[in-house]
Ligand binder design. Structure first.
Ligand code: ADP
Length: 603
């Protein structure tokens, strides 16, 4: 959150959230603001109007029944107000807040689903996105508090000012003179506080990262093996703390000076002194003010200034909060560039795939794929091989249209893949990623990757897909078979699968879908070589009429492919069958010789 907003931008963010809240929870918002107004009006009547009335009746020796009536009405109003507030606090507020949290999060999730994967490569975007989503609930909380406070305090100021103007207009002059000075001081203090917070923020984020390293289980095992990394994190944590301290020190003196000037000198000595001098002079010397009027005037001025001070103080929070809202809105306004040109639906049957002179880079200055050209006939099994970083996974991402090529094109069924509806196209390809994820859901849901319909056929197909992927249900402690929850994060009965088993679940996902084009990026890297070999034999059988693109750095798994493409530094440097490539005695053959030694024992 490095950016500070102008006041115009701050107001725009507040207006945006106001509209958002009224759109999604209008009843709640009306009640929320009603309570705010009611509170200030009742404070005014109880502590200013009623006090003035009662004291005036007493001073003038009026009828005591008037006082009793006044007290009775006041008590009645307080009783009603207590009930409406209890309803608000226990029913309306918790529900309304949840409705708004849900509505904003849903908008964010929907957007997160559709924005380009490339956004996640942009460090600034990613940081802001994470920060903004983490702040969503707090953003709404702060907004609701501010909205309530603004309305309430404005009503409070209006009531007291009008009443003071009616009783003792001259007293208002003091407020008119001192208040602008107080506001000026407060504005400077706010500005400095926001600047300090902005300067601290990157260090606080870095410190939070170092903190996470210590408490997240993801790092626990490695930190035991590499204790020096722990030392590095600890040192970085301390350094970030020192930087935060330095920022606090830099702004501390200025903030202290503004605080003393505003709270002490202006608010207490100048304003209070002037008010008491004026009121006592009016009462004792000029004799134009009664005791009741003195008390009421003092109360009006005190409440009026206090309310204004609270509003001003909350501007600081508003400025900060607006910066978060700004980020959330920036995110919500992002448009995906991966869109369909012609909205074509992908044909159901398999087709040929052609990669034509494809160039691509994650950033402009670093090409990752250069002039990649090859084609795959329906039903063909091809393999992409090469050392790490040669661009294999990147090519898969382009084939899945997670990114678009910078140059050249990819055609499926003879048409540029940009012409198909994005989800129709992606849905037609079965893929297993290297970094697949298992979800905190049942085993069945992890294969379906969808909401289940609960039919027997569905369960049968899931079991079959798992069986075909060599995931044997009996061999695992799956107490509820395919209904067993995966991961133990939320379920006591849950199961944590080993890397190899998890990979089979990922493969089963693809087998369940029965797509005609299957892309497998290192699908069996977590299996031992023998298990991998057997699985590949099976996969070849299951997918015998499908087009398969297989990526592996273990060449033993790709030797049966119809054509093998060897990649190096983003280019295809060799292609042909396993035997042809060995005969050529080039880079593939060299890689094969190294690996043959490594895995010889396994076969
Ligand atoms: P392979 O699958 O052959 O190991 P990759 O396609 O994963 O290779 O990576 C090719 C190159 O692209 C590498 O230099 C890698 O660092 C870079 N790369 C991969 N993903 C990204 C990304 N999201 N942003 C920037 N560079 C990336």
């Amino acid at each position: 959150m490095k950016k500070m907003l102008t006041w115009r931008q701050v107001i725009a963010q507040q207006w945006y959230l106001t509209k958002f809240c009224f759109k999604h929870a209008p009843g709640f918002m009306v009640y929320h603001l009603f309570e705010a107004v009611k509170l200030q009006v009742s404070i005014f009547f109880e502590f200013t109007f009623a006090v003035n009335y009662v004291l005036t009746v007493a001073e003038e020796g009026g009828d005591f029944r008037k006082i009793l009536w006044c007290m009775g009405i006041l008590m009645g109003a307080i009783a009603v107000s207590t009930v409406t507030f209890a309803i608000y606090k226990h029913y309306v507020f918790p529900r309304g807040k949840q409705t708004l949290y849900q509505a904003l999060r849903m908008e964010i999730y929907e957007k997160a689903k559709e924005i380009d994967l490339s956004c996640y490569d942009d460090k600034d975007f990613y940081e802001n996105f994470i920060l903004a989503t983490e702040e969503t609930d707090r953003c709404l909380d702060r907004f609701l508090v501010f909205e309530n406070s603004m309305i309430a305090r404005s009503v409070g100021v209006t009531c007291t000012t009008i009443y003071c103007a009616y009783i003792n207009p001259i007293a208002l002059l003091i407020m008119a003179v001192v208040l602008p000075l107080e506001l000026l001081c407060a504005a400077q203090e706010n500005k400095k506080t926001v600047e300090a917070r902005m300067e601290r923020l990157p260090h606080e984020q870095q410190r939070e990262y170092e903190n996470r390293v210590f408490y997240l289980s993801d790092y626990a095992a490695e930190l035991r093996l590499y204790p020096r990394m722990k030392e590095k994190c600890r040192r970085d944590y301390t350094q970030e703390n020192q930087k935060i301290e330095a920022v606090n020190k830099k702004y501390g003196k200025q903030l202290f000076a503004y605080g003393v000037l505003r709270e002490g000198l202006l608010a207490r000595i100048v304003k209070e002194g002037a008010v008491w001098t004026l009121l006592l002079y009016q009462m004792l010397v000029l004799r134009v003010l009664s005791g009741a009027q003195l008390v009421t005037s003092r109360s009006c001025i005190w409440r009026g200034s206090n309310n204004i001070k609270i509003v001003i103080d909350s501007f600081r929070t508003v400025a900060e909060n607006s910066a978060y809202i700004y980020r959330i809105r920036e995110f919500l306004q992002m448009e995906s560039t991966i869109v369909s040109e012609d909205n074509l639906i992908l044909p159901k049957e398999g087709g040929s795939l052609a990669i034509e002179h494809v160039d691509f880079g994650y950033s402009q200055d670093k090409p990752v794929l250069k002039d990649v050209t090859f084609s795959v006939d329906p039903g063909q099994k091809i393999a992409l091989v090469g050392y790490n970083g040669s661009g294999k996974t990147t090519l898969v991402k382009l084939l899945l249209r997670l990114y678009d090529p910078d140059g050249g094109r990819i055609c499926y069924h003879g048409k540029d893949i940009k012409k198909y509806q994005v989800m129709s196209y992606r849905g037609g390809i079965g893929s297993v990623f290297q970094d697949f994820k298992l979800y905190a859901a049942t085993l069945k849901e992890n294969v379906l990757m969808d909401v289940e319909n609960g039919s027997r056929e569905e369960s049968y197909q899931v079991e079959k897909a798992l069986y075909d992927a060599h995931f044997t249900l009996e061999n695992n402690q799956l107490s509820y078979q395919i209904e067993t929850p995966l991961t133990t994060e939320f379920e006591k009965d849950g199961v944590n699968l080993s890397g190899g088993e998890a990979q089979k679940v990922a493969i089963a996902r693809t087998l369940y879908r029965k797509q005609n084009l299957i892309i497998m990026d290192e699908p069996s890297s977590a299996l031992d070589p023998l298990a991998e070999y057997r699985l590949n034999q099976e996969l070849n059988e299951i997918a015998k009429d499908k087009t398969v693109i297989f990526i592996s750095h273990r060449l033993s798994t790709v030797r049966d492919a119809d054509c093998i493409y060897m990649m190096e530094k983003g280019r295809i440097v060799e292609s042909g069958s396993h035997e042809e490539l060995l005969t050529r005695d080039g880079k593939y053959a060299a890689m094969w010789k190294i690996q043959a030694g490594l895995y010889a024992d396994a076969f």
